[in-house]
Design a protein around this ligand. Structure first.
Ligand code: GDP
Ligand code: IMO
Ligand code: MG
Length: 445
């Protein structure tokens, strides 16, 4: 049995919290794309863990796998593992030998390119996390990347670096007119990354991901796929070019881990939905709360109450009403079999609640999103107003179950479920694991 967790909007929907909730029934938790651009939060009995690379199942002592579709910065990985150890956890993390490695020059180039875009035209800026994600995937597609398997063999590592580093140096110096630094020092890179390889070998962390997962499945184990980012920042299905460089959508779980699409498809695919929208980074957002002072006050209130500041970069997140064309698109692309709706508590006590039910584009009403970002930017939301719900004791609601959710909030959830034609499996009413109203466990479906 597999369960795939997918962000259905723009990232930060609360995926970590649901991976943690249902991860109790998983044996292995697999990240299939992205890298340390992700920031997944798990709160267990008030204890908060912010995870960038270690799969969220670590908090429950599950085996965590970083699949071949991931890009891995070993500096971040080992400091995260060490920090978790200091907090008393023993994370068991395995890395696909086919996964690509984020090298220091990738980070440098990520930042250089963002600056170059800003100098050329502010509209080009993506607002990346600066973690080197895009440049690493570029090298993967360009067949000049460094893979986890290469770290295990210093001679191969050196050979690859001797080819690629002079190219990066030329790019930094001759194209951008900057000075290359230690990120282009081949000897230092070989030394540092061979040491990472030694640790991977010593701790038996490097695996053939597809084989590993096949064996675990044959032994009857449950696998959970933990998507990072979200559908609208998917390189293929998102708001290109304001996207990340991987496939957070469910198809990525197969290509990014080495199991067949039928394996993912026979399991459950759960879309994680935030009850409103947040976006960190650039790009259109038709339901963004920014039209007037009242909108901005509302956005500030939601941002403060929901703690909407980037986990990785600390940037304030942009805020908007729920966007149904976006969710219809997400549900179709990933084939959601169910959804979890988070942050219902954050909308409590407002004096208005709206949802972008459809868009108006050139006088036509549209229920789904246009394929180009420029057209999407021209869409005006057709807003539907909902009754508001009051602030209540959400921990008590979570204990009592669905019927304790205020009626107006139940109407909101039922509207979502009807429009997307999928059941609601869980409702988040606070950050803690215990603050979740649990309707169904996808591992039991
Ligand atoms: P992820 O990247 O999708 O895992 O989400 P993040 O961890 O980046 O952001 C979600 C934030 O909201 C975290 O601080 C969570 O602890 C918090 N959170 C998750 N679910 C809920 C919820 O239902 N209500 C509230 N108030 N906060 C939540
Ligand atoms: P989680 O897994 C929200 C955004 C960045 C930027 C764009 C490209 O926590 O939901 P990148 O560094 O990936 O090249 O940046 O994608 N972004 C995220 N936004 N949540 C994330 O991850 C994100 N990961 C990347 O802000 O707009
Ligand atoms: Mg996050």
């Amino acid at each position: 049995m597999t369960v795939t967790i997918v962000g259905s909007q723009l990232g930060d929907e609360g995926k970590g919290a649901l991976v943690d909730l249902w991860g109790g029934d998983a044996d292995v938790v697999v990240r299939y794309q992205g890298g340390d651009n992700a920031g997944h939060t798990v709160v267990e009995d008030g204890e908060e863990y912010k995870l960038s690379l270690v799969p969220s199942g670590a908090v429950r002592d599950k085996v965590g796998v970083l699949g071949n579709g991931c890009v891995i910065n070993p500096r971040t990985l080992f400091s995260e593992i060490d920090a978790l150890r200091e907090r008393g956890l023993e994370p068991d993390v395995r890395l696909a030998k086919r996964a690509h490695v984020i090298m220091p020059y990738h980070r440098r180039l990520d930042n250089i390119e963002e600056e170059a875009k800003a100098d050329s035209d502010e509209d080009l800026v993506v607002g990346t996390t600066g973690r080197g994600i895009g440049p690493t995937y570029e090298d993967k597609a360009g067949r000049r990347g460094i893979r986890v398997g290469d770290l295990l063999d210093p001679e191969i590592l050196r050979k690859r670096l001797e080819y690629v580093v002079p190219q990066k140096k030329a790019l930094i110096e001759d194209v951008y007119g900057l000075e290359a630094g230690e990120e282009c020092d081949i000897d230092a890179l070989v030394e540092e990354f061979t040491e990472f390889g030694r640790r991977l070998r010593e701790d038996d962390m490097a695996i053939n991901c597809g084989d590993f997962l096949a064996e675990r499945r044959e032994a009857g184990e449950n696998v959970m796929f933990e998507g990072a980012q979200g559908t609208l920042i998917d390189i293929d299905h998102g708001s290109y070019p304001y996207v990340t460089s991987s496939n957070p959508t469910a198809g990525g779980a197969a290509t990014g881990s080495g199991v067949g699409p039928t394996v993912v498809g026979q399991g459950e695919v759960v879309g994680i939905v935030k009850a409103y929208l947040s976006r960190v980074g650039e790009g259109p957002m038709p339901t963004e709360l920014k039209n007037d002072e009242r909108d901005e006050e509302l956005a500030d209130f939601i941002r403060e109450k929901g703690g909407e500041f980037g986990t990785v970069t600390g940037r304030p997140r942009r805020i908007g009403w729920l966007d149904m064309p976006m969710l219809r698109h997400a549900a179709r692309v990933s084939g959601f079999t169910g959804i979890a709706v988070n942050h219902l508590d954050v909308l409590a006590g407002l004096d208005e609640i709206k949802v972008g039910h459809a868009y108006e584009l050139e006088g036509d009403e549209r229920l789904t999103m246009p394929a180009t970002t420029e057209r999407w930017d021209e869409c005006e939301p057709i807003l539907k107003e909902f009754d508001t719900w009051p602030e209540v004791d959400w921990t008590e609601v979570a204990e009592e179950g669905y019927d304790a959710i205020p009626d107006a909030a139940q109407d909101y959830l039922e509207y979502l479920s009807d429009e997307l034609d999928v059941p609601v499996y869980a409702v988040g009413v606070g950050p803690d694991r215990a603050q979740t109203v649990h309707l169904a466990n996808p591992f039991d479906q």
